[in-house]
Design a protein. Structure first.
Length: 373
């Protein structure tokens, strides 16, 4: 894994370190500027952990009065605008950590964020994280951790904050306000008038790279979470791929289910069609019923009877078929007893084969029954 540390301009030196399982394979060094990053091409095939200078990063600790505030960067921005004495819209606000009482944020100008991302993108660096350098130093409660790069000191003085100062100011600030604080110095350097403990290492990024795996304080939040090119991490690609596979699976299952329902409906239609045609023959076969003495030709008979009752000037109240009885039942208005019920001119089965009976219905209507033998 390659770790690099950027300054605040494209001309600042770039510190780099490559960690490996075997100590013999660990490499580190300094590039004169980001433009020389192509010298590390062999390590740029994978995503890179990027540290950025905290010189122009503001750290703030806010008291939480409403948990909902955590979900609104706009509300947080208004809360800290007075403390930075500038237009908050010029700044990117990133939540580093929060608990039940406090919220810890990092504030950096959009202009500087965009510069860092532009330099990385144009030089082909794929970012895994973008972390303030002070937050990678070891945190020891009540003590400072510090490392010297060129003529400035990177100091972590709290769990979620730190600062950068020049070599000259470092000793003055310490001796004036923090003279009793123990300082853990992480690389070889000459220090005067400081209560310090040296943990020596020739590489200034040694302790930073060691703790970077457990650091979640990335500045890639909000609109910079998925910035063009450089911000597409392996985790993001895996997530998009996973959602794509899941969506494809859902579409396939839905298509299969719809196909199954169509096939099931087709089978049911076949069953009912076969049942229908077994009960009601096709047209050509129905035409044969009028010539089949054993058939019950209801359709031809009904067609005749409707005209028959109309000629008799009888009002039909209702009628129904009974296949089992081989009969058609008509409920009609009262029939004159002198009226003769016969079948002249019917071209269906022979008249004498149709039996006609008449009865009185409880509804006050007469019932006429035409029955096949």
């Amino acid at each position: 894994m390659l770790t690099i540390r950027l300054g605040n301009t494209e001309y600042d030196p770039v510190y780099w370190r490559v960690d490996a399982k075997n100590d013999d394979e660990i490499k580190y060094g300094i590039l004169s500027s980001i433009s020389e990053i192509n010298k590390l091409n062999i390590y740029l095939k994978n995503s890179v952990k990027v540290l950025v200078s905290s010189r122009k990063i503001i750290f703030r600790k806010l008291t939480i009065t409403n948990v909902k505030v955590i979900r609104s960067i706009r509300s947080i921005s208004f809360a800290i605008e007075k403390s930075i004495a500038d237009d908050i819209d010029k700044f990117h606000v990133s939540i580093l950590k929060y608990d039940e009482e406090f919220l810890y944020v990092a504030i950096v100008e959009h202009e500087l964020m965009e510069l860092w991302l532009y330099l990385l993108r144009t030089n082909g660096v794929i970012i895994e994280s973008l972390i303030p350098d002070v937050l990678i130093l070891p945190f020891i409660n009540g003590e400072w951790s510090a490392v010297k790069l060129d003529e400035e000191w990177i100091v972590r003085n709290n769990e979620v904050s730190g600062f950068l100062v020049s070599d000259e100011l470092f000793e003055k600030i310490y001796s004036f306000w923090y003279s009793s604080t123990l300082v853990n110095i992480m690389n070889d350097c000459d220090v005067k008038n400081v209560n310090w403990r040296v943990i020596r290492n020739k590489d200034p990024l040694h302790f930073m790279a060691k703790d970077i795996q457990s650091c979640n304080s990335s500045l890639l939040t909000g609109k910079y979470k998925f910035h063009d090119g450089a911000g597409i991490t392996h985790r993001y690609i895996s997530r998009v791929t996973g959602w794509g596979v899941l969506l494809s699976l859902i579409i396939c299952l839905n298509t299969w289910h719809d196909g199954y329902k169509i096939a099931q409906a087709t089978d049911m239609l076949d069953v009912y069609s076969n049942f229908y045609y077994s009960q009601f023959p096709i047209v050509n076969e129905s035409g044969d019923l009028s010539r089949n003495e054993s058939s019950v030709d209801f359709i031809n008979l009904l067609s005749y009877l409707l005209g028959y009752f109309d000629d008799k000037d009888l009002d039909i109240v209702s009628f129904h078929f009974s296949k089992e009885d081989k009969a058609i039942f008509f409920d009609v208005d009262r029939i004159d007893p002198s009226m003769k019920m016969d079948f002249p001119e019917w071209a269906g089965n022979e008249n004498e084969k149709i039996k006609i009976s008449q009865s009185y219905n409880e509804s006050g209507k007469d019932r006429v029954i035409f029955k096949y033998p």
